[in-house]
Design a protein around this ligand. Structure first.
Ligand code: PAF
Length: 281
């Protein structure tokens, strides 16, 4: 596996692959990799000639009181994991490579970036869209793979790619869970054993909603109230938001009907976790 740390070096490789007619698959990450990331790598290896993974803990997408400094990092373990997964190239730039002094340019995906997680994380999706656009330009992927756990993120990146006529197809891969239902996330590493147990309330409450809807519930407010009640019954959990929305424009739904995204964010102790389900009713 090649490890590239400079933008110039990564662009040179991307140019060479283009000349050789190779299709590049790209998995952007912030590291501390888990099986969810590996599932994206496997999909890329199936569909592309070359698989590139980036590890960059993007400082601009963390709010002032968020966990940028303590975000888990383990380059050695991540590199071994990627090598074993058959990744061709790891792009591991530092912040000064991506944001040289005087950096000023940002991308906005209006109307989507301020909903759901964007309400409690102002500026987050502008920073995500910006860094992903830069990474796409540097790596030159034909395909880029994102997990469905970050439903709003992948929607925003897909919309950006479409609106800007990017040559990168944005592929959404299924959300990966631990066997007990907890959605995989690098932030799960923050949870104490008690919090890890309490965090199951996210997937349990979503599964309850899925069953209620399968049994005929169509009132979104009632489904949301049921999810909230289940979460609020867990002493270590605090709801940030629970919403039922249209998965294309993220507008809140009154009725559970057609394509529906039920998304939530919950603090378990001080760790903010997200989860969601997509339904067709
Ligand atoms: O999902 C992530 O890990 C990050 O938001 C991403 C897409 C790598 C951008 O920093």
């Amino acid at each position: 596996m090649k490890v590239v740390t400079s933008v110039a070096g990564m662009k040179a490789l991307a140019r060479q692959w283009k000349k050789e007619g190779k299709k590049v698959g790209f998995v952007p990450t912030m590291g501390y990799l888990h099986e969810g990331h590996l599932s994206l790598v496997r999909e890329s290896k199936k569909r592309a000639d070359i698989t590139v993974v980036s590890i960059f803990v993007n400082p601009t997408q963390f709010g002032p009181n968020e966990d940028f400094k303590k975000y888990p990092r383990d380059l050695e373990k991540d590199s071994a994991y990627l090598e074993k997964g058959g990744v061709d190239c790891l792009f591991y730039p530092d912040a000064a490579e991506i944001y040289p002094p005087g950096y000023r340019t940002y991308v906005e995906v209006r109307g989507l970036q301020d909903r759901l997680c964007g309400k409690s994380r102002p500026g987050h999706f502008q920073a995500v869209a910006t860094v992903v656009l830069k990474l796409f330009d540097i790596v030159g992927p034909g395909l880029a793979f994102f997990g469905a756990k970050d439903a709003q993120q992948v929607l925003i990146i897909g919309k950006m790619a479409a609106d800007l006529d990017l040559d990168t197809e944005v592929v959404t891969c299924p959300l990966v869970r631990d066997p007990d239902g907890l959605a995989l996330s690098s932030r799960n590493a923050y949870l104490s054993p008690e919090e890890r147990k309490a965090a199951l309330v996210l997937s349990i409450s979503l599964r309850w909603a899925e069953r209620a809807i399968a049994a005929g519930e169509r009132d979104a407010a009632k489904a949301i109230a049921g999810i909230r009640a289940a979460i609020e019954a867990e002493p270590l959990a605090r709801v940030d938001y629970v919403e039922a929305v249209d998965p294309v424009n993220l507008e809140p739904l009154a009725e559970i009907c057609g394509d529906v995204l039920i998304a939530l964010a919950v603090f378990v102790g001080s760790t903010r976790l997200i989860d969601n389900i997509r339904l067709h009713v």
